[in-house]
Write a protein that binds this ligand. Sequence first.
Ligand SMILES: C[S@@+](CC[C@H](N)C(=O)[O-])C[C@H]1O[C@@H](n2cnc3c(N)ncnc32)[C@H](O)[C@@H]1O
Length: 188
Amino acid sequence: MEQLLFLKEFFRHWKEVGSIAPSSRFLSERLCRQIDFCRAETLVEFGPGLGNITRELLRRMRPDARLIAFEINGNFCRRISEIGDLRLTVHNRSVCSLRDEAFGKADYVVSGIPLTLCSLQTREAVFSSSRSLLREGGVYLQYQFTPAVYPAIKRAFGNVELDFVLANTPPAFIYKSIHYAGDGGCAH
Ligand SMILES: C[S@@+](CC[C@H](N)C(=O)[O-])C[C@H]1O[C@@H](n2cnc3c(N)ncnc32)[C@H](O)[C@@H]1O
């Protein structure tokens, strides 16, 4: 059922959903390996979809940590709100205009926004929202199905590391950048 709902939303909003299947357990686990859960207090997720990565984050998070998720698709939002974990807050809102939010600064931004399908304007807005939300030294994690956004992420953050997960439909690249105030941040 979950797979079917995801596929249905893909056919309705393919540029936003960006994939025919939710993230695999292998991709969720590999992403989580990049996170220091002992220290992470505030995590932000962009585009949680049906919540495969959300659940893995919550499973590993400290009891006093919090996860704030932004999802543009109302049907996905309703589904992940059913997770019912008090540490999770779900906003049915685009990530494109996030700035100084009430929850303060984040240690991690985990993004599944399809950067290769969205407009250049949206892509740059994802980067600037992430940089505004992250604390100094905070980490931006982005998964994508091509390595094509490497130069754009490098420009935005001034640094990027790449990992690859074969066991996902389709196989995925994980980008990791550290946010240093003053580095990158300009849409050139
Ligand atoms: C590739 S799917 C990832 C879904 C889920 N995280 C997973 O791993 O299975 C991309 C998600 O980003 C959401 N999305 C796309 N553009 C968005 C935007 N501007 N703001 C918030 N969510 C967005 C889509 O609705 C979709 O749920």
